[in-house]
Design a protein around this ligand. Structure first.
Ligand code: SF4
Length: 201
């Protein structure tokens, strides 16, 4: 609040940044699957973002991507070195294993928003075969380690809206340990619809 007065502008409560564009999956419609896989922020740049954020009074950091767990060691180091902050990362969860979960449990200031798009059929349709089973396994591991995670990032579109809007699916996610969730509109599909409508006018 002091900084808001001093600089005469709002100070956000959270900063979101993308540590890397690299990802082990190639989901339909995702920019990370299309663009350069090697684009990443170096560690000192990530530290600098957080240091400057803290000077403004920001202690919540949301990490998107790419797939952050492609840089497991650096994530853990970032959380350790900034134990006055809370981190939340979007993840496809396919690289989450017991060793990583133990390390995250130790640092204690990291939560995950796991991407899934419904049951096996809906998730694997966009994210590739076998992904759903890996997500279910990762949720079980995280739950066992007492790590907070959400379910959504779920992109809803014409092929999965009924499923991800159903009580049954919500109940399954709660049973799996999810504490919160986010729905996102599948942007490129929407853009396609808008483009086709504009094209017919
Ligand atoms: S897992 Fe996420 S970042 Fe990776 S290709 Fe899929 S949507 Fe994109």
């Amino acid at each position: 609040m002091k900084n808001k007065e001093q600089y005469d502008c709002n100070v956000p409560w959270a900063i979101l940044f993308d540590p890397t564009a690299a990802c082990n999956l190639r989901c339909t419609g995702c920019w990370a699957a299309e663009y350069g896989k090697g684009i990443s922020l170096d560690y000192s740049t990530m530290q600098k973002i957080i240091r400057q954020g803290k000077q403004l009074g920001i202690y919540m950091y949301i990490l998107s991507g790419g797939e952050l767990t492609a840089r497991k060691d650096e994530i853990i180091r970032l959380a350790e070195e900034n134990d006055d902050c809370m981190f939340l990362s979007f993840t496809n969860a396919t690289l989450i294993d017991k060793a990583f979960s133990s390390a995250i449990e130790q640092v204690g200031n990291f939560a995950f928003a796991i991407s899934t798009e419904g049951y096996e059929e809906e998730t694997d349709m966009r994210r590739s075969k076998g992904t759903y089973q890996k997500v279910m396994r990762a949720m079980d591991i995280l739950q066992k380690h007492g790590i907070i995670f959400g379910l959504f990032s779920t992109c809803h579109h014409s092929k999965n809206t009924e499923v991800v809007g159903s009580e049954e699916w919500g109940d399954l996610m709660i049973k799996k340990g999810c504490k919160f969730g986010w729905y996102f509109t599948f942007g490129s599909l929407l853009s396609g619809i808008i483009a086709s409508r504009v094209g017919t006018q």
